[in-house]
Design a binder for this molecule. Structure first.
Ligand code: UT7
Length: 324
């Protein structure tokens, strides 16, 4: 028994923030941002909630799978920017889809690795017979937790959502996963404003100083090696080599990380799917939305063997391979 992608969808808000816009906000330049990150523009919400983005992406995924929402057994959402902690994004999405009481629904928090972690969860639930069809979503509105006075982070992040329907199948499907975390280096990338820690002293509650903080340069060095190792490991564990892989879809954090990863894996950059130039880093939404965009643009097609790999806050990382 395998879990197979039966449909995909994505949603990006209409509002575009260009590098030029940032030149008016902080001490930066289009040249610096493009050359150091590969980002030209990113989308940001203009009134939309994380749920709105997740809902639109989910509707598209359901449509592309030819399914009605009441045919779904469960929802697993990955996000670090849920509109509310309780209800979870998944429960709110379930209600919005009109299937309250008819499926399970829960969130996974693994930052940029959230989609891979959530897909591993859903894959296991399908393999163990607990569910047959699961909606897996990565959705973020990072713009609300971004510090727009910090030039080293604000230019990186964007909002968006990606969704896939995983369905029980006799043929692959997901072949394997490798999941890793190292909480001992969590200070490299933090977002404390959504945790209860901040409420311990309500009088001194201070959102502004608890937005996304990142030690980008240190993270950069660890990210590339971690994604290289986890990619190799998931292939090895499943008796595959990079020669078996048609495309790599990496987390879209920085074009230089992506290029270095391809170089270290000796994998042709032409077969690495890149959307960071248009959408920036959308954390848990980055991989599922890139899968959907690549399908829509006919870059990847049914039968392709794809490796996905990610690295993010926690610190978390991981990889998975699947046949589309
Ligand atoms: O998605 C989760 C995982 N995320 C990552 O793995 C991100 C990893 N890190 C990165 O992508 C990169 O480290 C950044 C894009 C965040 C930064 O690039 P960098 O090449 O590592 O730059 P840096 O932090 O070493 O900074 C170099 C210089 C500094 O100036 P000084 O100290 O040399 O004078 C920064 O202040 O660049 C400066 N700088 C900027 N200059 C213009 C930092 N941000 C900017 C900016 N515009 N936006």
């Amino acid at each position: 028994m395998f879990s197979k992608i039966a449909g995909t969808g994505s949603c990006f808000p209409k509002k575009i923030l260009t590098n030029k816009d940032f030149e008016n906000m902080v001490d930066t330049s289009d040249e610096w941002i493009v050359s150091r990150t590969g980002i030209k523009e990113r989308r940001v919400v203009n009134g939309e909630s994380t749920l709105d983005l997740a809902y639109e992406a989910s509707l598209k995924a359901l449509e592309s799978a030819g399914l009605k929402s009441n045919q779904i057994d469960g929802i697993v959402c990955a996000s670090i920017t849920q509109d509310t902690i309780m209800p979870s994004l998944s429960c709110s999405l379930q209600a919005q889809l009109g299937i309250g009481g008819k499926s399970f629904a829960y969130d996974v928090i693994a930052a940029c690795s959230g989609f891979i972690y959530a897909a591993a969860n859903a894959d296991s639930l399908i393999k163990t017979g607990i569910a047959k069809k699961i909606l897996v979503v990565g959705a973020e509105r990072l713009s609300v937790v971004t510090d727009y006075t910090d030039r080293s982070t604000c230019v990186l992040f964007g909002d968006g959502a990606g969704a896939v329907i995983l369905e029980a199948s006799n043929t692959p499907g997901f072949i394997g996963f490798d999941l890793v975390a190292d909480g001992s280096i969590s200070d490299l990338l933090t977002l404390e404003s959504l945790g209860t820690k901040l409420f311990e002293n309500k009088e001194k509650y201070d959102i502004k100083n608890n937005l996304i903080k990142m030690k980008g340069n240190e993270l950069f060095k660890i990210a590339t090696k971690a994604m290289m190792r986890t990619s190799k490991k998931v292939l090895e564990k499943n008796s595959l080599t990079l020669k078996d892989i048609d495309y790599i879809i990496p987390h879209q954090a920085n074009i230089r990380i992506i290029e270095m990863l391809a170089k270290m894996l000796k994998f042709p950059l032409d077969n690495v799917i890149i959307t960071i130039d248009r959408y920036g880093n959308t954390s848990a939404a980055s991989i599922p939305s890139t899968i959907d965009v690549a399908i829509e643009e006919k870059r990847i097609k049914k039968g392709d063997k794809i490796l996905i790999t990610s690295f993010g806050g926690g610190i978390t990382w991981g990889a998975a391979c699947f046949v589309l």
